[in-house]
Structures are given as C-alpha cells and as structure tokens.
Design a protein around this ligand. Structure first.
Ligand code: SF4
Ligand code: SF4
Length: 448
C-alpha cells in the first residue's frame, strides 16, 4: 500500500505496510478502486453535464464516495466493497445520461463509411472525446475553407447526423492516443485536444496544440469561451495538407443500430449460424502485451461477432476477420465498432436485450468480454459490469497495481474476474468452449 494523505503519515513519507491509523492494504485498495472509479465517472459526467444531462443522485454519490476515503472514516471491507459496486451502478446511470445526451444533441447514429487520411487544403485535427467541442468547431469553421478531422476517440463523431452533415468534417486521421507524438508531428495544421488522453507535446508541434477546460499541457494554448478564432487562423496560416487517402472504414454500430437487427441476430443464434459474441475493447496503449487483443480478435471463429468500443478498437480493427452473413440483412463486418469508451453502455444494452430475447441471464449468453484497460474511465466501466453481476470478464494486459491480492481474490471468487493469460489463441478457445479450461493459475498470483 501507499498512503500519504494525512499528517500522521509514517516517517513523514508514506504508510506502506499498515497505516498509522490502522488502515490495511485491502482497505486502501478498495478506497483507491472507489477513488479511481469516481474519477472515471466524473469524466463521463462532465461530458453529460455539457449536454444538459445531470442527475442529483450522481452528485450525491460522488460526495459519499469521496467522504468514505477521508482519514478515519471507513475501515470496513464489506461496506467499501458495496460502495465500489455502487460506483458501478451510478456510472451506468452516467453513461446512460451521456448516451441520451449524444443522441438528443447530435441525432440518431447510423452506419457510416469514413474517409481516413487528409484532403488537400488547410485542416484542424480534433482529438479526445467531447463531441460538443467538435460541433462548436464545425459551426465556426463553416465557410472558412478549413477542413476538420477526427483523431482517436473522436472517430465516432462521424456516425451522428448532426455532425456528419457538415461537408468540411472531412475525415479521420490517425489511431489511438499513444501514437499522437508521431501523428501530430505529421499533421501540418493545428490540433485541438478536448480531453484525455493527451501527451506532453514535443517541440515539433507544441505551438500548434490547443486545449480546453480540464485539458492542459505545457506549451499548448488554451481555448477560452469556445472561441476557435485563433485555431482557425492557425489552420489558414499553416502549410496546407496534402490529399492522402489511407483507407475507408465502416463505423456506427451504436446499440440502437444493432437493436434494429435484433430479430435476425437472435434467429441466427437459434439456427446455430451465429455461435458467440465477443466484446473486445477498452483502452489501447503502447505496451507490446496489447498485441494480445489483436491476436485474440484474429483467432475468433468466422461464425462469431466482435463488438468493440474505445480506442482499443485501433488495436484490433486492422485484423482481417471478414464479414458475417446475417440472414435477411446481408453481410455485416465481423468487427462492429460501437463507438467511444462511454459507448460501453451500448454493449451492456445489447447484452441485456439478448438475455431478454433468449429468456436467460447475461451470464448464460454465448458472450465473452475481454477488456484492455489503461486509465480510470476503464475502471468505472469495469465496476459497472461487476455491479450488473457480469461474470468471467478478462482484463489486461497487466493487473491493476491498486488492487491488493486479497481484493483480487474476492473479485475472482465473486465474479470470476481475472487477468488475461499469456496465450490469446488458447484463451479465446477456452472462452469459446473448444478447449478445456485450465486449472486456475492466475497471472496475478504469479505476479504477486
Ligand atoms: S490515512 Fe492512515 S494510512 Fe493514510 S497516511 Fe494517514 S495514517 Fe497513514
Ligand atoms: S479509450 Fe481510454 S485510453 Fe483510449 S483515449 Fe479514451 S480514455 Fe484514453
């Protein structure tokens, strides 16, 4: 454990074995899980509030949760565990608010083909998650001759009609956040970072980087009052972008779109043509171990569908897994891009709808969930899945350092939660039931 939050801290540095107050590593772990879940939820809640979507019960829970982590308030593992799961419940409400806010503000999502690359002329690149920011920018760039491009988690902007209606929303450029130093250096125009995950910029593009609200990095300029005049002027003064079409991709498999083909999907499962659903997504990152998720996706059988969300999609979407012939509908991509990390809400909606259609519980569905995690929004989403009682989730590539061995053991026993293994193909086969389950030797137990 590591705690330095109060005056009686051990040796004036940190309590690392057991707190001077009596707090042990498991209490500290649960308090950190709660804190990180609340942080992630606050990010989603921030986006929802900007779209006019709030719920007083969310604010009240955030106060309760933060209060429970103050020194000498709560040393009780069962009540902290209950708060951790309550955080998942409240985060579900927050993701629902954000989903409603997106649809009300930007229209009913639809399947959309996206041009990836750049077009000749000046352009602005927008990264992060806040769709209201890109809407404001698109309004202000109307008639200026400046194109707007999405980057990273902004890719789903193209599926909303109130955003795609702007002809100068010209396309998508780049992949997940960890590649931004290379990609932003290549993009000659200004870059607007609306949220995480923003990296501290190198010299080569820091004078072209603009941030908003909570987002800030040394060397970048702050946009105030949603006024993009300076960004637009910078785009007009920069060297124009070249025409370069890298690829086209199909996105827009929002839960409402998938629900519209629920009948054929259920029928395909009943006929044995569709064997399993995989949710493979979350956050991407720089570690080599994240290739696990690409290998996992690549090895899934042809009679299965993969739902993906978050920037983890960039790790798997280059895998050529082909299409699935959905009876009565036609060929659909086997990798269905549902949107941003907050659109994990959509995969929950789909799972619940399927369970209702089959008259079973979510845990009885032919469904495997493999999540790549990086930061605290992923923690909030995981807590939501645990609150719903979803079992058998695998997370990776590395165990969260803030989960103590005992707390992990509780989560394993209660939810069959575990860290991904070292062989993605074997793990996929075990999840599919085509390979017998190995004796439970968790990588977490090896690490600890
Ligand atoms: S709250 Fe407890 S564990 Fe943390 S610094 Fe204070 S005495 Fe140590
Ligand atoms: S999905 Fe996670 S890692 Fe990726 S950009 Fe969003 S917050 Fe960052």
């Amino acid at each position: 454990m590591f705690c330095n939050q109060c005056e009686q801290v051990s040796k004036g540095l940190a309590c690392t074995e057991r707190g001077v107050c009596g707090k042990d590593a498991d209490v500290q772990s649960l308090q950190e899980i709660l804190l990180y879940g609340v942080k992630g939820m606050a990010a989603y809640s921030h986006h929802a509030r900007r779209l006019g979507k709030t719920d007083e019960s969310v604010n009240a829970f955030i106060e309760d949760a933060l209060f429970a982590t103050v020194t000498n308030v709560n040393f009780d593992i069962p009540s902290l565990l209950a708060l951790v799961l309550e955080c998942g419940k409240v985060n579900l409400r927050v993701m629902q608010l954000l989903d409603e806010g997106h649809v009300e503000a930007f229209g009913q999502p639809k399947i959309t083909e996206v041009y990836e690359g750049t077009k000749a002329g000046p352009g602005i690149l927008v990264t992060g998650h806040d769709l209201l920011d890109i809407k404001n920018l698109l309004e202000q760039t109307k008639g200026t001759g400046v194109n707007v491009y999405t980057h990273g988690e902004m890719l789903p902007a193209h599926m909303y009609p109130e955003l795609s209606k702007y002809p100068h929303l010209a396309g998508h450029f780049g992949g997940a956040w960890q590649k931004q130093k290379q990609e932003f250096a290549q993009f000659t125009g200004p870059i607007v970072a609306t949220t995480n995950c923003i990296l501290i910029p190198p010299e080569v593009y820091k004078d072209r980087l603009f941030t908003l609200r909570a987002t800030a990095v040394p060397g970048a300029k702050k946009i105030l009052n949603d006024d993009y005049a300076e960004v637009i002027a910078a785009a007009q003064a920069a060297s124009p972008l070249a025409s370069q079409h890298v690829r086209s991709s199909t996105i827009g498999f929002h839960h409402s779109v998938l629900k519209s083909v629920a009948g054929p999907v259920v029928e395909a499962v009943k006929q044995g043509k569709l064997k399993r659903f995989f949710v493979i997504g979350g956050c991407d990152g720089a570690e080599v171990g994240r290739n696990y998720f690409a290998q996992y996706a690549a090895s899934t059988p042809a009679d299965t569908l993969i739902l993906t969300v978050g920037c983890g999609k960039f790790r798997i979407r280059n895998e050529n897994v082909g299409t699935f012939e959905l009876p009565g509908v036609g060929a659909i991509p086997r990798i269905l891009d549902m949107g941003q990390c907050n659109d994990s809400y959509g995969s929950i909606e789909i799972a619940v709808a399927l369970a209702e259609a089959f008259g079973c519980g979510v845990n009885d569905l032919p469904l495997s969930i493999v999540l790549s995690w990086f930061e605290q929004k992923a923690v909030a989403v995981l807590l939501t899945l645990l609150h719903l009682g979803v079992k058998g989730i695998r997370i990776g590539p590395n165990p969260p350092a803030f989960v103590s061995p005992n707390v992990m053991r509780i989560l394993k026993e209660t939810f069959d939660l575990d860290i991904v293994g070292s062989n993605a193909v074997e793990d996929m086969e075990i999840a599919s039931g085509t390979r017998p389950k190995k004796p439970p030797v968790s990588r977490l137990e090896i690490v600890t």
